[in-house]
Design a protein around this ligand. Structure first.
Ligand code: NDP
Length: 246
């Protein structure tokens, strides 16, 4: 299928392992790879795979960003901006997250706040910081794309039968609302915002029994982005492009 959005530049948070790393690998191996791939990590000691990739692909740049830190986000923005002063950013993937399964007995206000900080507040602050690059005019009909990696656990309809996981479920529900609100606020700038459930994957977070590989999920997510039109902005999709009930 013809690409509607060519990804010339993309930034992925939490890219040193799991789905984030697979997104980077799939993009770099594509027939027409992006000119600029920004892979964000928070701990330089855990970037062996990214460094191996960077030694082979000059279009890959490793960017330090602890998403829980406003100054970390701002400093990552300044670094990226200095690398692409003219091009702007096509796609921003808010992927970094933590899974806190706390039940009613264990949950504390600190645990709730920590999950909200990383899974909800950070994606919003990252979009806010990177807006000057997302809104730069490009050739694509969709000028910029924000992909918030959500979860089926963030669906009030679908996850109501799942027990516990107060921090994770609530932080992803709120991330979905951020996505919807961004889609309204950024419509005039032709920036689309999507919430995507990547499916249950074999990663550190998903564990070994999941039915999907992160590579399958990464491929499907990149296909979804490539086929995006502005009328899909504000949707909550699975990786096959089917709408998930909020
Ligand atoms: P992993 O736990 O395997 O990886 C999480 C990534 O997030 C790591 O790179 C981690 O970095 C990073 N991260 C966590 N906290 C921070 C922080 N404060 N600053 C910067 N980076 C941070 O998760 P997955 O790859 O499985 O999940 C990716 C996304 O998919 C998440 O949004 C998750 O909620 C969602 N998802 C996953 C499912 C699954 O089955 N795996 C199912 C549904 C949704 P570090 O290595 O430094 O810890």
């Amino acid at each position: 299928m013809a690409q509607l959005v060519h990804i010339n530049s993309i930034l992925v948070t939490g890219a040193n392992r799991g789905l984030g790393l697979k997104l980077i690998e799939v993009l770099l191996a594509s027939v027409n790879p992006p000119k600029h791939v920004f892979a964000c990590y928070r701990d330089a000691g855990r970037t062996t795979d990214l460094q191996r990739l960077a030694s082979k692909h000059s279009n890959l740049k490793l960017i330090e960003m602890n998403v829980a830190s406003d100054t970390g986000i701002q400093s990552a923005f300044s670094t990226v901006e200095s690398m692409i002063p003219n091009d702007g950013l096509d796609v921003l993937v808010n992927n970094a997250a933590i899974l806190d399964k706390s039940n009613l007995c264990d949950v504390t206000s600190e645990l709730m706040e920590n999950s909200f900080r990383i899974n909800t507040v950070a994606p919003l602050m990252i979009v806010k910081a990177f807006l000057p690059l997302l809104e730069k005019p490009k050739d694509n009909t969709v000028n910029g794309v924000v992909v918030n990696i959500s979860s089926i656990a963030g669906s009030l309809m679908e996850s109501s039968s799942l027990p516990d996981r107060y921090p994770y479920k609530c932080s992803k529900v709120a991330l979905n609302m951020i996505t919807k609100t961004l889609s309204i606020d950024l419509k005039d700038k032709k920036i689309a915002a999507l919430a995507i459930d990547p499916g249950w994957m074999v990663t550190d977070m998903g564990g070994p029994n999941a039915p999907l590989s992160p590579e399958e999920s990464a491929r499907a997510i990149i296909d979804l982005i490539s086929q995006l039109t502005m009328d899909k902005s504000g949707e909550y999709f699975d990786i096959y492009g089917d709408a998930i009930p909020w």
